[in-house]
Design a protein around this ligand. Structure first.
Ligand code: PLP
Length: 455
């Protein structure tokens, strides 16, 4: 009988009271974000026109290691945090592995993912600034859902531009957002100039994330009392998501467990960045070593097959440019079922850590991801999100390697959310109709060659 419980929870007094900014411990910092017009580093004043001032400050601050979490946010976190760190005893037994597998489960809130950790912070700062509301984009809808919940808590207006194909094909998340009082427009819409332009140029287009971002930014800067918020990629989002890693580390430390391997799925890099931040910090300070793996879909392989360069974050080219591993902002991934991982670029912090070889990356194919998801769902009692299942895939692969070598590694992975709204994807998998399109080098070269030339 092991002394480690199935679920490790933290007591109130063990919960993190500050977020951790890993950039403070990086000797070589991520490159600054650039104004798309002047190609000069963005100033606080410029950024404050798009983002809430406090969030713009967080975005540009790469030296302050800890930020106090405001009391109002701590109170909200208390409703669904700490999230459990679960020892996957049943999965270990099923695999017959000597490895010890742990997962940090972020799906225990109605929005169903880790995105609420940053949504509530962003809504708080908007409210504190006296704004009327915020605008944003959403793809499959997890971010829009989380933000809608956060805005309703603080009585803020929430305007969501939802990629049209998801708006039409995934009505349920849309209805959760509307239930929380948000307005949801299919993007490209006729509300914005950029939306009207894209609709005229590409009649019948079903939209893209990059296009929805452009619409949301335009909506924010053209309405008094509104700012734009974004659910991934940005440094501020990784800062808020560090709560995941801080809790994970506190839970492991509580039982004297030293992680050998830390695995997370990577779309824009926010959950992975948040999960690994305190561990990467230890590595950067020379205090410990971990094997950290970012897992991305083979259909959208920004780390494993992209280039490290300045690129646009959106199709309309209105957002600041970021230096990141990217496939080019015109890259449109094939219809992969992990909507949250279909972004052309990667957080500049995760990109820089990867470039410094502090972390590694792997890409996995969709059907093998769903195979892992199914194995997990059958023994661990949680139906995982397709995005999260990328991490499950690699955790299982590594646990099976341990079975061969007899190593008792401690494998920790991030289980970012639940997949109840992704049943069409599970249906395709169960019916044997799922495909594994992997872009050719030619496909990638096309979008990469269209990137801006900066340096
Ligand atoms: C959005 C999302 C992701 C990917 O976003 P990151 O910013 O890379 O973390 C992963 N899992 C779930 C469940 C999501 O909703």
């Amino acid at each position: 009988m092991s002394t480690i419980p199935y679920k490790i929870y933290l007591e109130e007094n063990e919960m993190p009271k500050q977020w951790y900014n890993v950039r403070a411990d990086m000797k070589k910092k991520p490159a600054p974000i650039l104004n798309p017009g002047t190609l000069q580093p963005v100033t606080l004043e410029e950024l404050s026109g798009i983002f809430c001032t406090e969030l713009a400050k967080q975005e540009l601050d790469d030296t302050t290691p800890y930020f106090d979490i405001p009391q109002e946010i701590l109170s909200f976190y208390r409703m669904y945090r700490p999230s459990p760190l679960v020892r996957a005893y049943c999965l270990e037994e099923k695999l017959g592995t000597p490895a010890h597998i742990y997962y940090k489960f972020e799906g225990n809130n109605t929005s169903g993912s880790h995105k609420l950790n940053s949504a509530i912070a962003q809504a708080y700062y908007a409210k504190k600034q006296g704004l009327k509301g915020v605008t944003t984009e959403t793809g499959a809808g997890q971010w829009g859902t989380a933000l809608s919940m956060a805005c309703s808590y603080f009585d803020l207006d929430c305007q969501v531009y939802m990629v049209k194909v998801s708006y039409e094909q995934k009505p349920f998340r849309r209805e959760v957002m509307r239930t929380c009082g948000a307005t949801v427009a299919p993007s490209p819409s006729m509300n914005t100039e950029v939306g009207r332009k894209i609709n005229a140029e590409f009649p019948g287009t079903t939209g893209s994330l990059g296009c929805a971002i452009s619409e949301a930014v335009e909506a924010a800067v053209t309405q008094d009392g509104y700012r734009y918020v974004l659910g991934s990629v940005l440094a501020q989002v990784l800062l808020h998501q560090s709560v995941i890693g801080l809790e994970t580390k506190a839970a492991l430390d509580k039982y004297g467990i030293k992680a050998d391997m830390i695995i997370g799925c990577a779309g824009g890099g926010s959950n992975l960045g948040g999960l690994i931040s305190p561990f990467a910090g230890e590595m950067l300070r020379g205090e410990a070593k971990y094997d950290i793996i970012a897992v991305e879909p083979a259909s959208c392989p920004s780390l494993t097959r992209g280039v490290y360069a300045y690129d646009f974050c959106d199709t309309g080219k209105v957002c600041p440019l970021a230096k990141m591993y990217t496939l080019g902002s015109s890259f449109i991934p094939s219809a992969n079922h992990a909507g949250g991982l279909r972004y052309h670029g990667m957080s500049s912090i995760v990109s820089e850590l990867y470039d410094q070889k502090l972390i590694s990356a792997r890409s996995v194919e969709q059907t093998s991801v769903f195979e892992a998801a199914t194995t997990f769902a059958r023994v661990e009692g949680i139906l995982p999100a397709p995005e999260s299942s990328h991490a499950i895939r690699v955790a299982i692969d590594e646990a099976l390697k341990c079975k061969e070598t007899g190593e008792e590694k401690n494998i920790v992975f991030g289980l970012t959310g639940t997949g109840y709204f992704d049943m069409v994807a599970y249906q395709k998998y169960n019916d044997g109709e799922m495909s594994d399109y992997i872009p050719t080098d030619e496909d990638l070269q096309k979008s990469i060659s269209q990137m801006p030339k900066v340096d």
